[in-house]
Write a protein that binds this ligand. Structure first.
Ligand code: ADP
Ligand code: MG
Length: 414
């Protein structure tokens, strides 16, 4: 058993690494600059926490959310690891305890909010305490045109330069543009060792269909899965209500969910979904962040999602238990117009709009693919797949012939 494996089981209590973790842990422990891209829930935290225990000195972890930092510190402490956080949420005693652990040379992981980096004293302090590595969680926060830009993340590159220590960056955002921005801003453009892993969800069946009669299409899809828990995503609040009603009239247990509902009503739907078998939630994208139900058997999109990332995140809520799950995404010309207009009308800067159009185009490319959809999807996220997946609509029924004839017939009959 390697040292990393011993720590994995003794401290973290896990039997084995998740896909991709071992390689990342080894590279980070060896002091290399690393960029690791793994989907949400893939197990990124372990990839900097475990190496921190293998290395001399303190690993500084930059993370954007105080609540997440506190959770991680609590879990690490419970496992017997010396970890602390310096955030604005600290009590004076907490901060003092962190500093005395640091002075005594006991601390292995120091979590820090990016705002701390604005203080010039911070770099001096980090040098004095023997910082030997920097880990950056949610590294896409350096991306100015991304969704979670945090200006203070731009100071991390400078900190790395001043400390002269290796840096490991972690994110679930995989598009090439964001990746380039991370490399430019955190690594001064010098390519780190890059790992892209774990995006494949082979148990999720992928399917798209032209939007023809959406209500009938969604009802038929739900009907074929009667009694199974599912989510129908819609582009508008009004549509969630009408579709939920239609499903209920067909004898399904269904509930609408959107950001315009009272918090209480939303919580009730969340709780019902969690405990009831076979409930269908018809929702806008407001439904998702907190959904942690392992046995969602299907996800349908009544309207085209806004980007390839949004699409994968939304269907990714199905089949967390690893058992087969089904998806269906409807798309039509009106959807494409709506999504384009939403981007154009947003107040985002032009560069961001261009990037959003690109992410929408990537989704349209996937919708109109003629060969294995999963291969195309994973290629977008940087993961190469040698073989067709055998678990998407295009692998089930290669379209080469009927698509062509259909298009030709339309032209001829026009
Ligand atoms: P991410 O940051 O990539 O979204 P987390 O680091 O929060 O993911 O990990 C997600 C969950 O997976 C956590 O509950 C964590 O304890 C668990 N986990 C991580 N690595 C392993 C492993 N090797 N074996 C089992 N569970 C793991
Ligand atoms: Mg995380």
């Amino acid at each position: 058993m390697s040292r990393a494996e011993a720590i994995l089981s003794d401290i973290f209590g896990f039997d084995s690494f998740r896909p991709g973790q071992r390689e990342i842990v080894e590279a980070v422990a060896a002091g290399r600059d690393v960029l690791a891209i793994m989907p949400t829930g893939g197990g990124k935290s372990l990839c900097y926490q475990l190496p921190a225990l293998m290395r001399e000195g303190v690993t500084v972890v930059i993370s954007p959310l105080i609540a997440l930092m506190r959770d991680q510190v609590r879990a690490l402490r419970e496992a017997g690891v010396e970890a602390g956080a310096l955030t604005s949420g600290n009590t004076e005693e907490e901060t003092e305890a962190v500093f005395s652990a640091l002075e005594a040379g006991r601390l292995k992981l120091l979590y820090m909010a990016p705002e701390r980096l604005a203080s010039t004293a911070t770099a001096a302090m980090l040098r004095r305490i023997g910082t030997s590595a920097i880990a950056v969680d949610e590294a896409h926060c350096v991306s100015q045109w991304g969704h979670d830009f945090r200006p203070d993340y731009l100071r991390i590159g400078e900190l790395r330069r001043r400390l002269g220590v290796p840096l490991a960056a972690f994110t679930a955002t995989a598009d090439a543009e964001t990746r380039q921005e991370i490399v430019a801003r955190l690594f001064e453009g010098r390519a780190p060792q890059t790992f892209i892993h774990g995006f494949d969800r082979p148990n999720i069946h992928l399917a798209f269909a032209p939007k023809d009669r959406p209500r009938a299409q969604i009802l038929a899809f739900a009907d074929a899965r009667r009694g199974q828990s599912g989510i129908v995503y819609c582009a508008t609040r009004a549509r969630t209500e009408t579709l939920a009603r239609a499903l209920t009239e067909e004898g399904h247990a269904a509930a609408a969910y959107h950001g315009g509902m009272e918090a209480e009503a939303r919580r009730e739907v969340e709780a019902r979904f969690q405990r009831e078998d076979g409930l269908i939630v018809v929702a806008t994208v407001a439904f998702g962040m907190g959904v942690d139900k392992p046995d969602i058997r299907w996800v349908a999109h009544a309207d085209l999602p806004k980007s390839i990332e949004a699409y994968y995140q939304e269907i990714g809520r199905a089949g967390r238990d690893g058992a087969p799950a089904e998806t269906l995404t409807l798309f039509g010309p009106d959807d494409i117009r709506l999504r384009r207009a939403q981007i154009d009308e947003s107040l985002a800067p032009p560069e961001r709009k261009a990037a959003d159009h690109m992410r929408l185009n990537a989704l349209l490319g996937l919708a109109e693919a003629v060969e294995c959809r999963r291969r195309r999807l994973l290629a977008y996220f940087g993961e190469a797949e040698a073989e067709p997946c055998g678990n998407c609509d295009l692998c089930d029924a290669p379209p080469a012939t009927f698509d062509g004839t259909e298009a030709v017939q339309k032209v001829l009959s026009a």
